[in-house]
Write a protein that binds this ligand. Sequence first.
Ligand SMILES: C[S@@+](CC[C@H](N)C(=O)[O-])C[C@H]1O[C@@H](n2cnc3c(N)ncnc32)[C@H](O)[C@@H]1O
Length: 244
Amino acid sequence: MRIDVFTLFPGMVDHFCAESLLGKARTAGLLELRLHDPREHTSDVHRTVDDAPFGGGAGMLMRPQPLFESVEAADPPRPLYLLGPGGRRFDQALAREFASGDGFSMICGRYEGVDHRVREHLVDGELSVGDVVLNGGEVAACLVIEAVVRLLPGAMGNAESPLTESFGATGLLEEPHYTRPADFRGQLVPEILRSGDHARIARWRLAQALHRTAAARPDLIEARGGLTPDERALLEEFPPVPYP
Ligand SMILES: C[S@@+](CC[C@H](N)C(=O)[O-])C[C@H]1O[C@@H](n2cnc3c(N)ncnc32)[C@H](O)[C@@H]1O
């Protein structure tokens, strides 16, 4: 998969994507990350990429010309997204959609944002990573890259993980997990997980995922059409572990 990122701080994205599983994915050739600095497409001595907004107002905006020329020179994989808080919310479903394609691209804004003509005439859409305002799009780009690349076949140690974790095949949040020791400062691992009864453990896990999702994200239960009679019975059979 090829991902192109247009950023005034290519090092930020490059360093993040050089570590851990993303670094391995790049080394293995699963991810071809191409970084482009719009500053390379300036001609003045100060290599200016920003300017004051028409009509006045706080802060500076990224000028359209370095961004347009940077994109035209790179011919990046489409869709090309502008990152911004007003965009379509990035989520696991979109991560799966991107992971099933050959590639995509992102433009990271800085300052107060970018000249609107970039949004209107250069990109295919706008992506947000949540109702929060960042200083720039680089952290958002890294978030998107990590969420997508970990879904590529071969990128994760355990191929089952994307199915069994939150927002996976069940559409639920994940159940709680425990590792050794079974008794940590008097805090005990639920007995059932040490029982060896794998069928019962699977039912307990589903019940816990349902309890947790119903309490924390009832919208996800709604989205799958509510609870089935079997699921209601599971909730009765296995009480929830505490989530303080
Ligand atoms: C300080 S922000 C600009 C915020 C803009 N003035 C507004 O009020 O919507 C600078 C850049 O950070 C990036 N950014 C900030 N928050 C983001 C978010 N929630 N999702 C994606 N990108 C974001 C965008 O690229 C944006 O152009």
